[in-house]
Design a protein around this ligand. Structure first.
Ligand code: PGA
Length: 259
């Protein structure tokens, strides 16, 4: 895993956008895997800015999101479909026929999960998968204990995740109990992975994920197995990593930003 520690969310957004731009320059019709949450917001702003200035062309890309809450339709303000439309797809002028999320209101969610996995395969698989990490080490909604060979499926959200995400829901509205998520094996099949993490709340999970043993108890630890995974962290998220690793990762960020 290649680790980069940045000085600011803006630097993270620029470096991540550079990687996405390089992927699209290499293959304009790339298949991108996208996350939601607070972490990628600065990146999405940067992508919209570049797209509007003509510095990036997302028009031929196909996207698949990592997950969606069960029971929330695309017009629900806290659905991930709504988040993506608001923060990226609409402002970047992306064609809705190329942007995909699991349907959280499908009559048969299990069949919907299978359909979504098949749609990713039919699109040729994911070229570049962007990821966040939960405070409990989840990736997508693969909570601790998720089988490392899991595929896209219906999952129950754990209490930590529901409480971390409660802030997005209006007062009195509880986050859904279930979601559809890409599986861990599905995520690992992406040709490249880019993990983004900010803030001290993620520090312990990141140390276990990047420097601990690979285990289903900490799903993000499986990223160590991927041959082309880059992690970009801010200093607060990196505080629990060992000092030598932190030092090397800082150097790597300054080399990149001066090049
Ligand atoms: P966050 O979520 O970006 O809002 O911290 C990340 C995640 O839970 O995967």
């Amino acid at each position: 895993m290649h680790l980069i520690i940045v000085e600011s969310p803006a630097q993270m957004a620029r470096l991540a956008a550079d990687r996405l731009a390089a992927q699209l320059a290499h293959r304009p019709d790339s298949v991108l895997g996208l996350p939601t949450g607070d972490t990628p917001l600065a990146l999405y702003r940067e992508l919209v800015r570049r797209q509007r200035r003509g510095e990036l062309d997302l028009s031929r890309a196909t996207t698949f999101n990592l997950d969606e809450y069960l029971g929330l339709g695309p017009d629900h303000p806290t659905s991930y479909a709504h988040y993506m439309r608001r923060h990226l797809f609409a402002p970047a002028g992306m064609d809705s026929r190329r942007t995909h999320l699991p349907d959280g209101t499908a009559a048969d969610p299990h069949a919907e999960a299978e359909r979504y996995e098949a749609a990713i395969r039919a699109a040729g698989g994911i070229d570049l998968q962007l990821l966040g990490i939960g405070v409990n080490g989840h990736i997508g909604f693969n909570e601790p204990g998720s089988p490392l060979d899991s595929r896209t499926r219906v999952v129950e959200l754990c209490a930590t995740t529901r409480s971390a995400n409660r802030r997005h829901f209006p007062c009195g509205e509880a986050p859904p109990t279930h979601a559809i998520t890409l599986g861990i094996a599905t995520i690992l099949e992406a040709r490249r992975l880019l993990l983004l993490a900010t803030g001290s709340a993620k520090a312990t999970a990141l140390r276990a994920a990047l420097q601990g043993p690979i285990s289903a108890g900490l799903p993000a630890s499986v990223l160590q197995r991927h041959p082309a995974c880059v992690a970009i962290l801010d200093a607060a998220a990196a505080t629990a990593l060992d000092p030598a690793t932190r030092q090397a990762a800082r150097l790597s960020a300054s080399t990149l930003s001066s090049s």
